[in-house]
Design a protein around this ligand. Structure first.
Ligand code: URA
Length: 264
């Protein structure tokens, strides 16, 4: 039989990290014959538990377009990173916020290099800082390989500021509701280069749908006011943990980023 702790760890790694009930349910136990039910109920699979009705929303949720408009005006009014963080924390237009533990704003020192990831994972959501789990540890090593660190000369944020349930990809609507904050974030940090971590960041920040393997390693531009900021898409550290053989590609991209910084 599998070691129960390893099984539990594996389930948590796979994203099944929320309890559905207070007491364990032995679904293999023989049940006494149930009283006759309606045909529909009788056909329902035995493992489907009726879900309690969701609680009524405290206030009517914003319509998607209103939410984007609200995000734009809140983000646009922020004149400092502190104000932007407060604006994001006051924004209720993204449904992801309702299931997240924390708003994940950023980490590091506003400086020449801005790393943009995808969305908070389980650890980032719990702690309220981006890239604090295993992918974050690898990101720290990637940064250190070109003389960067979040304690001195690099800044990290995500496209999405609230953890999507079960680490699913954010929907285009959810991304659109977070993007005004990201745009303002970039304006306030004023980086000289941006490094995009993974396909989801590349898709939402520069609007390209090509696979990351085609995109990575090529400089693109991101307009901030009247300035163009060079952008380098590279592989996400979580992907590199699964495909360590591709670390050499990320290493090349990071070296190109270092050379670009020296040339600016
Ligand atoms: N944690 C983050 O904050 N962002 C990612 O993209 C992955 C993990």
């Amino acid at each position: 039989m599998a070691d129960p702790l390893s099984t539990l760890n594996w389930l948590v790694e796979a994203g099944a990290d929320e309890a559905m009930g207070d007491a364990p349910v032995n679904r293999l136990a023989q049940k006494p014959a149930a009283p006759p039910q309606s045909a529909a109920a009788a056909e329902a699979p035995a493992f489907v538990r009726p879900r309690p009705a969701p609680p009524p929303p405290k206030s009517a949720p914003l319509l998607p377009d209103d939410a984007i408009g609200t995000a734009m005006s809140l983000a646009g009014a922020a004149t400092s990173l502190e104000e932007l963080r407060a604006a994001m924390e006051s924004f209720d237009g993204c449904a992801l916020k309702r299931t997240a533990t924390n708003t994940v704003f950023a980490d590091g020192i506003p400086s020449n290099v801005l790393f943009i990831g995808e969305a908070p994972g389980r650890d980032a959501d719990r702690i309220g800082r981006p890239f604090v789990g295993r992918a974050g540890q690898l990101l720290d090593k990637m940064m250190a390989s070109i003389g960067l660190s979040r304690t001195s000369n690099a800044y990290i944020t995500n496209v999405i500021n609230w953890r999507p349930p079960d680490n699913r990809d954010p929907s285009p609507e959810e991304a659109a509701q977070c993007l005004p904050f990201l745009r303002r974030h970039v304006e306030l940090v004023e980086p000289r280069i941006i490094i995009l971590l993974g396909a989801v960041a590349a898709r939402h920040v520069i609007g390209v749908t090509e696979g990351i393997m085609k995109l990575r390693g090529r400089w693109l531009d991101y307009r901030v006011g009247d300035r163009m900021v060079p952008v380098m898409p590279t592989l996400h550290p979580a992907y590199l943990l699964r495909q360590p053989g591709h670390k050499k590609l990320a290493w090349r991209d990071l070296q190109a980023a270092q050379a670009k910084l020296e040339s600016l």
